[in-house]
Design a protein around this ligand. Structure first.
Ligand code: SAM
Ligand code: SF4
Length: 382
């Protein structure tokens, strides 16, 4: 434990990742899409030069620069995507892309992305077969296209990452999805815990209940020891608590003792999970919406996450650094003394905090407790 590179970063000053929704256009019609994407681009999207300017703004955070994640919609709907990736690469910024699996991605596109300096491509896999996946993504052929793209990525030596959005519909399918992912052997498997916004809300999609979620986290912990790829949960920050609890049990030490060590030494999940071969920079425990992670939407509004449609400012008018460090909204969401209920008094608050996005989506306040965690903090009298 503890041999990995430490990242001491003050999340009040600097994000670990900058996520940029380059467009909301997308040719898929996923049941859960937070962006409610449709095929057309918004003419008010940031222009190429404005995106270059955003990359210059990322540099204001100084080295090590935050990781730049270009998302959507579908980033491939923009023909300037190669120039933008190249601009980031030339400026020494690590860039990852999350395109949609559509016929727009050909072998030539993957080759060009790699040549432009792309570090990693993240693809979604929400089911272990065509029926489940294509139903979810709304377009037939998406499942097979995903594997075609993965083959191209392999051919051109492009790192891959798999995203799976968890809902009550694919929960039972997770073990089958895992078998597929073992074959793909990506760098990272990120499980997105559904947030009921956008089309997920309109379609009344549901996440699994918190007890099943706890079971799943324990299963993921066991799995993480036997596979070569890293596993993380998005908007499921309480997986960190489970990692610490399980590790403490194995070491036969008190969980709160281990928690204090994690906080003090700013450990990352990889520091606690043995059997990790990857040397990729992983965020320390503690990153949460607007805290270590920031989202910029297609027209330049800066948000705590893609699931919280509140603006902290617009990069057309203000620098990203200024917004990140000084906006009222971001300082408010980062102030954990304001969190109410269980998460507010939880021993794990500093490294977890619960999903601020889920609290906001389900309760209307990002200062409420995450309703999908079963943990009972010692100081919680209820
Ligand atoms: C915004 S998408 C963009 C990339 C691409 N269009 C895709 O869907 O893979 C990035 C990730 O967020 C996930 N996502 C979208 N809507 C969501 C929601 N309501 N709750 C949780 N995750 C969601 C997607 O499934 C995807 O894995
Ligand atoms: S109660 Fe809240 S802060 Fe504590 S582990 Fe659960 S989600 Fe995290």
């Amino acid at each position: 434990m503890g041999k990995h590179n430490k990242i001491s970063m003050d999340f009040n000053k600097k994000p670990f990742t900058v996520i940029y929704e380059i467009t909301r256009a997308c040719d898929l019609v996923c049941l859960h899409c937070r962006a409610e994407a449709n095929t057309n681009r918004n003419p008010l999207e940031l222009k190429t030069t404005e995106v270059f300017n955003l990359i210059e703004m990322i540099k204001e955070f100084e080295k090590p620069y935050p990781i730049f994640i270009i998302t959507g919609g579908d980033p491939i709907k923009r023909e300037d995507i190669f120039d933008i990736v190249y601009y980031a690469w030339r400026n020494d910024i690590k860039v990852a892309l999350t395109p949609s699996a559509t016929p727009l991605i050909t072998e030539e596109v993957i080759k060009k992305l790699k040549e432009s300096g792309l570090n990693r491509i993240a693809l979604s896999l929400d089911g272990s077969n065509e029926e489940i996946h294509d139903n979810f993504r709304g377009i037939k052929g998406t499942f097979n296209k995903t594997f075609e793209i993965l083959n191209y990525a392999d051919k051109y030596n492009l790192e891959t990452q798999i995203h799976t959005t968890l809902t009550e519909f694919n929960y039972q399918d997770i073990p089958n999805i895992v078998e597929l992912i073992k074959k793909i052997n990506p760098k990272l498997w990120a499980i997105f815990l559904l947030i009921q916004v956008g089309r997920a809300k309109a379609n009344n999609l549901k996440l699994i209940n918190p007890y099943k979620l706890e079971e799943l986290f324990n299963y993921l912990y066991d799995l993480s020891k036997e596979v070569n790829f890293d596993i993380t949960t998005r908007e499921g920050y309480h997986y960190r608590r489970v990692i610490i609890q399980r590790k403490a049990k194995e070491l036969n030490i008190n969980e709160y003792e281990l928690l204090q060590k994690v906080i003090k030494e700013k450990l990352t999940p990889n520091d606690l999970i043995d059997n990790k071969k990857s040397l990729i920079r992983r965020a320390p425990f503690g990153v949460n919406d607007g805290k270590g992670m920031i989202f910029i939407n297609h027209v330049g509004e800066v948000q705590p996450s893609g699931f919280i449609n509140l603006s902290a400012g617009n990069i057309r008018k203000q620098s990203l650094k200024d917004i990140y460090q000084n906006s009222k909204l971001l300082n408010d969401i980062r102030d954990y003394s304001k969190i109410k209920g269980k998460c507010g008094v939880c021993e794990y608050r500093e490294i977890c905090g619960g999903s601020r996005s889920r609290s906001y989506a389900l309760t209307g306040s990002y200062h409420n407790s995450d309703p999908y965690c079963i943990y009972k903090p010692k100081n919680y009298l209820n």
